[in-house]
Design a protein around this ligand. Structure first.
Ligand code: HEC
Ligand code: HEC
Ligand code: HEC
Length: 460
């Protein structure tokens, strides 16, 4: 999809740079989603820590969740944090390493300084340059106190695991880790977060979490041809958190100017979404499922509210007022009336009635926190329909969270609906009940169906 094209270019560019002796390496964006789309580690993994509890260790555990270290550093059925998860990138497969305190396989030999250097500068203890599949460009924002708590947790709270590190063998020129030195010089901000005195403590807390441990921009900010995020703080302007395609999913904009988008969400909606994976009108899907399940659901409501305050400040005062005041789609909505009367003006309406309305209803309202509302939904009306096509072809399940344990699922329709059918039904949904998004073409559906078939064959 969009991304693979970008990376093909990036790969060519890199090969050129390497030959010319210039040091730069694209950031393999795939690594991010590779982590996030990998099967969730065993449910107990997050709690696999030694008993009673040094407060600093507990603090470190909380921060490790905020950073979602477990999603990338645990392979399916593997021991927590023992590494071995392959993250596919167009340059080759990057395998995450063992970060348990085992002295040989893990990071038991790391001092606090070594640990800080790995997280902030992307250098391993032995001097190896880490690939930015590890989000150190985001973790560079962490303050010393949090790095101390994290270090203590990894040394004292995580059981050591003797799990061998698989080797990462990228093909030349990507095999040359030292190329990262030049890339870092260009793209690594290398500055811990600095409080903005003009803003409230809550806003600053949110900014720190979003830019740092949460590494939200790793998926939600578009990248340049070298693979670097085009913006890493609100000071970088409108491109920061403006939405990006990642591993065949579209991660919507997180800016308050985004309509459809967060501009129509109340701060409480953002908190509910991150805590439970659902709101009264939408549910998390794709890579965001794992982010919610392994990371954000474990954050306190205060921290989630801080994140909401920060996100709602992006884009400023011109933002549209939250839509909560207006009913999502009144019963007198023309689409709803037409569907109920059996008048099918558009081809997609019949496909909808036969395949979708049992759950999402003829008024597009779904059922509260069970089946998402399709009326005036930011995911449905997103600028880029990639996620929707993939969702209808493959199906999806909501995250399982402590506060909303039922992982309700939508079946995939790829086996029974043609490219035309899928394009028709999505165009219908994107143009009904107040949604005003562009239609979807059969070609777009065909392209994504092809990509999915290819990656299924490759075993991803
Ligand atoms: C998006 C995926 C991802 C996330 C999230 C992530 N890491 Fe990593 N990390 C990696 C990968 C991949 C590597 C290996 C990179 C390489 O070999 O160049 C790595 C390497 C490391 C290393 C170097 C270990 C060594 O000696 O090889 C440390 C330390 C580390 N990560 C700690 C953390 C901590 C702590 C967190 C959470 C705060 C975290 N990582 C979150 C992907 C991730
Ligand atoms: C069996 C019930 C069921 C049927 C039938 C169904 N869906 Fe869904 N749909 C769901 C559930 C549950 C989710 C949430 C999935 C998730 O979050 O992973 C969902 C999510 C969605 C979303 C994303 C909305 C959001 O905010 O998360 C869209 C778009 C969608 N469905 C469209 C359709 C279309 C089009 C059809 C018919 C081709 C259809 N659905 C059929 C249950 C269903
Ligand atoms: C691994 C990639 C990834 C990371 C990391 C990530 N997201 Fe997402 N996010 C996605 C994708 C893909 C979607 C689209 C799926 C959906 O709407 O459920 C999404 C959707 C969302 C939505 C719904 C937006 C809408 O308009 O419907 C919110 C809110 C959100 N993310 C917040 C965050 C926050 C806050 C963080 C950081 C703490 C974060 N995300 C980190 C991939 C990611």
């Amino acid at each position: 999809m969009t991304r693979s094209v970008l990376h093909k270019n990036a790969a060519l560019l890199l090969a050129g740079l390497a030959l010319a002796g210039t040091a730069a390496l694209p950031r393999p964006a795939t690594a991010q989603d590779g982590g996030a789309t990998a099967p969730a580690p065993p449910a107990a993994a997050g709690q696999a820590t030694a008993a009673p509890r040094d407060p600093q260790v507990m603090r470190g555990e909380y921060l490790a969740r905020a950073g979602d270290c477990i999603s990338c550093h645990t392979r399916p059925q593997g021991l927590p944090f023992a590494g071995g998860l392959p993250l596919a990138t167009p340059f080759g497969t990057i395998v995450s390493t063992n970060i348990t305190p085992d002295p040989e396989q893990g990071i038991g030999g790391y001092t606090q300084e070594d640990f800080n250097r790995a997280l902030r500068e992307g250098r391993a203890k032995d001097g190896r340059h880490l690939y930015p599949a590890m989000p150190y460009t985001n973790f560079a924002r962490l303050n010393d106190a949090d790095l101390q708590a994290l270090y203590r947790y990894f040394m004292k709270g995580v059981p050591a695991a003797k799990q061998d590190n698989a080797r990462t063998d990228l093909r030349w020129p990507f095999s040359m880790r030292w190329l990262m030195a030049g890339w870092n010089m260009l793209y690594l901000p290398a500055k811990p977060y600095d409080n903005d005195a003009a803003r409230s403590p809550e806003w600053n807390r949110g900014a720190y979490l979003v830019q740092g441990l949460g590494h939200c921009s790793a998926c939600h900010t578009p990248r340049s041809i070298t693979g670097a995020e085009k913006g890493s703080t609100e000071r970088d302007g409108e491109v920061f958190l403006s939405g990006a395609v990642i591993d065949g999913w579209y991660a919507q904009p997180l800016r308050n100017t985004a309509t459809p988008g967060l501009a129509t969400w109340l701060p409480q909606d953002i908190v509910d979404y991150l805590k439970t994976g659902r709101t009264g009108h939408t549910a998390a899907f794709g890579p965001m499922t794992q982010v919610v399940a392994n990371s954000t659901q474990h954050l306190t409501r205060e921290d989630l509210a801080a994140i909401a305050t920060y996100l709602k400040s992006l884009g400023g005062e011109n933002a549209a007022p939250p839509a909560a005041a207006a009913p999502a789609a009144p019963a007198s909505d023309p689409t709803t009336l037409a569907l109920r009367d059996g008048r099918f003006g558009q081809r997609g309406a019949l496909v909808y009635l036969n395949n979708c309305s049992a759950c999402h209803r003829s008024d597009g309202q779904g059922a509260q926190r069970t089946f998402p509302t399709l009326a005036r939904n930011s995911a449905v009306a997103a600028k880029d329909p990639t996620s929707l096509i993939r969702l209808v072809l493959q199906g999806s399940a909501m995250p399982h969270t402590t506060e909303a344990p039922s992982a309700l699922a939508m079946p995939g329709f790829g086996w029974r609906l043609s490219d035309d059918n899928v394009a028709d039904v999505l165009s219908f949904v994107r143009g009904s009940w107040g949604n005003q998004a562009a239609p979807v073409s059969p070609q777009e559906v065909g392209k994504i169906r092809g990509e999915l078939a290819k990656s299924a064959k490759a075993g991803n």
